[in-house]
Design a binder for this molecule. Sequence first.
Ligand SMILES: [Zn+2]
Length: 515
Amino acid sequence: MSKGELSILIVDDDVEDILLTENLLREGLKGIALDLHKATSFDTGLRQAETAHHDVCLVDYRLGEKTGLELIQGLRARGVDTPVVVLTCQGDEEVAVQAMKLGAADYLPKFNLSEDLIRAAIRGAIESHEKEMVRLQIEEQLRKMNQKLESWVEELEHQSRDIALLDELGNTLHTCVSSEEAYALITQRVPPFFAGRSGALYMFEGSRGLVEAVVAWGDHPPSHLEFAANECWGLRRGRSYVVWDSRTEIACPHLRGSSWKGHLCVPMMAYGETLGVMVLEAAAPPAPAEEGQTGVAEASRRFAESLTEHLALALANLRLCEALRMQSVRDALTGLFNRRYMEESLERVVSAAGRRHQPLAVLMLDLDHFKEYNDTHGHAAGDAILRELGRLLLSHTRGEDVSCRYGGEEFVLVLPDVVLNVAAMRADQLRSEFKRLVQQHNHAGEASLTLSIGIAIAPEHGLSSKALLEAADAALYLAKKGGRDRVVIAEASGPLGELPAPALVAKVRAWGGKP
Ligand SMILES: [Zn+2]
């Protein structure tokens, strides 16, 4: 059929009747270009109607063993909705009623056919068919719109509930005092947002370019607990990366071996810094994606992004606070406590020791010949030695001990509940360990880099932090004076500062080094 032609299929097993119908059509529809097709049996009629488009089918009721009504049923069963006009014989009123019930557009008495009748029937069939098509289209549009509205309403309900929970989570997170506390809270509060979907929160820890899982949830959490930043497209691109179907899209390499169908990686950014990434199992919209459902998937992605933003801000603030706290009590170079912190805690430790009648040792250490070393090798090398000594002190102290960089190359160790002999032994251990370390690192010609240590014990050498520090300092002075690379214990007899130096020297005992 070419454009503008009216295509009509006539199905009749009587060839003469076909000719008659054809003539009537041509007369009745004069001026309209016609594309007429003919079928003389039930089967060919059904096949032609099914395989080619026709505007109308004119079908005789009697088709050999079959009937025009069966043809209508056959067409509808095959999803062909071409309007059908049934040609009936005299006395076939009952047939006409049945035909209309089966969805025929009209019926025409064959014995009484005229040009006018056939024109009216064809026109009526086409018009009502077009109206039906429009009705169906509107119905389909309405159905889609309804579906969309329903998903919007559902989404809005979800969103308002989630926003309330998100606000509450944000407020609670801001009251946390440590990252650990925040992670515990996230473990508890975040999974319910993603009902049935597994996930994990990864944070950059240390400086190796790796993220580590700090929180994971769901039945199938990611199996890789740490991965390099460049294994995640979200981290690489600096914005969220979604994969609805990992069979057809490129999934992040860090999820290799995962049973997830899709995933969403949302980088955690705050103050221009990337803190980590939230990795979520993604629920793919059913294919082909309905508009409303894609909207819901997008909304859940947006929600995940805004949740991640909340978490990032709270965690960044916590890290900042932790860093500030650290800075206020720690020495930046060695990571040991700073002098202020040590003095404050020594005060507390001394009074606690007094209350419990427990001993307490204070060691004052000084790096021998450090100035010369610095002058010869530069400050960077000097700093490296100080850091090394810091590590050594940390590895030789217990949780309750306080190791502190007192200033420059001077260090203080506060050892609660330690008697004199033990303190002296530990001091000498540190002295020889450091010597061994220096030799091991083969700092050529640096044999002079040694430790001098002065020890004071409470209550023998004083009952206040000030007295103990002074006693330890005086003992250290003697160790230096006695030739360095040695441990010296202060003598117990009144405030050391008041004793004349020679008397003090006589009372000093030395460990290690030259006598
Ligand atoms: Zn990723």
